[in-house]
Design a protein around this ligand. Structure first.
Ligand SMILES: NC(=O)c1ccc[n+]([C@@H]2O[C@H](COP(=O)([O-])OP(=O)(O)OC[C@H]3O[C@@H](n4cnc5c(N)ncnc54)[C@H](OP(=O)(O)O)[C@@H]3O)[C@@H](O)[C@H]2O)c1
Length: 305
């Protein structure tokens, strides 16, 4: 099968299109024919081994000290079940599914991936009828991270939340989910992203490239740093008494119920994965280059053709 493989850490040029063996299925696994994957910030981080200094060694011990253990990236996907192992109970050939490949051997930059029905770190679910593959492929990672952080912040209707870095994947999902819960949402992004963030529901928009935090008197019940660049002390200075700060730098969990909920919200038209650009698998290096630029808006699709 065709796949984008990387055998050493480095720039996007380490990603090579190759023919590799189709995964062999274990009894508890299903084989998914991938329709779409994405390039998440996590994919580029693993490719480049760009881990924070304190976590560099532990990360390399987990992901491969001298070369990557998981040589096919692609942490989220949507596709169709092509084969099922004898112990698989809840999926059948032809089912439309979406999910993640977190901590599995194989990734979704390939024609096929083998996944267990359930495993500790990642999730898989059926795709609601009204949802297409493009939209579904971009929901899991950013959507589940946003859901987890909003739940951790115990968001309630009428509360004021500030989303810093609302133009990324996590940020644009957090904005929509917070609005859906009835919160009043302010966003920080560059001015070039104002119009689509306003269309997603932002109540007040601020430009992070031209902003005087020291003379800003607004207070928030929740500050959610969706790009990990605000800093804890600045975030705390923006909180009302008893306010809560959450950030993408915190450990988060992928939860099946969150994935199902995201699918249902998207199918009902309450949530939209903003797609900045689409590439084919053979353009994967170019797609990674764009994400490396740090300017990605929302999500980047990869069509597996
Ligand atoms: N904890 C988790 O499980 C988890 C899961 C997913 C992602 N993450 C992390 O979350 C972070 C965000 O990932 P993502 O994919 O959602 O977004 P992303 O694609 O990394 O974010 C890109 C966006 O961030 C904006 N941006 C860049 N610098 C900024 C700054 N200083 N202030 C405000 N906005 C800024 C850019 O807008 P401009 O072009 O206008 O600057 C761009 O639209 C990454 O660090 C990622 O590793 C964590």
């Amino acid at each position: 099968m065709k796949a984008a493989v990387y055998q050493s850490y480095g720039s996007p040029s380490v990603l090579k299109i190759q023919n590799i063996a189709k995964p062999e299925l274990k009894a508890n696994e299903l084989l998914v024919k991938i329709a779409y994957s994405t390039v998440t910030s996590g994919d580029t981080r693993l490719r480049s081994s760009n881990f924070p200094p304190l976590f560099w060694l532990p990360a390399r011990l987990i992901f491969g000290l001298f070369k990557p253990k998981k040589q096919v990236l692609g942490h989220e996907f949507a596709g169709v079940v092509a084969e099922v192992g004898s112990e698989v109970k809840n999926y059948a050939i032809g089912d439309r599914v979406f999910g993640t490949t977190t901590m599995l051997k194989g990734g979704a930059y390939a024609e096929y991936v083998a996944l267990p029905e359930k495993w500790k770190n990642g999730v898989l679910a059926h795709l609601p009828k009204a949802l297409d593959f493009q939209e579904a492929a971009a929901l899991p990672i950013g959507g589940m991270t946003a859901s987890y952080l909003l739940e951790k912040a115990q968001i309630k209707a009428e509360e004021k939340i500030l989303i810093y870095g609302a133009s990324g994947s996590v940020g644009s999902f957090a904005l929509q989910l917070a609005k859906h819960k009835g919160a009043i949402v302010s966003t920080f992004s560059s001015a070039s992203n104002f119009s689509w963030l306003k269309a997603l529901g932002a109540d007040a928009l601020y430009d992070y490239t031209d902003f005087d935090f020291d003379n800003f008197s607004e207070g928030y019940d929740i500050v959610l740093d969706a790009v990990g660049k605000l800093g804890k002390s600045r975030a705390k200075s923006l909180l009302n008494k008893g306010g809560r700060f959450v950030s993408v730098e915190m450990l988060t969990k992928e939860r099946e119920n969150d994935l199902k909920e995201l699918g249902n919200l998207a199918a009902a038209g309450h949530l939209k994965a903003y797609i900045d650009r689409s590439y084919t698998l053979s353009e994967i290096a170019e797609a990674h280059r764009y994400v490396d630029s740090g300017r990605k808006r929302g999500n980047l699709l990869i069509e597996i053709v």
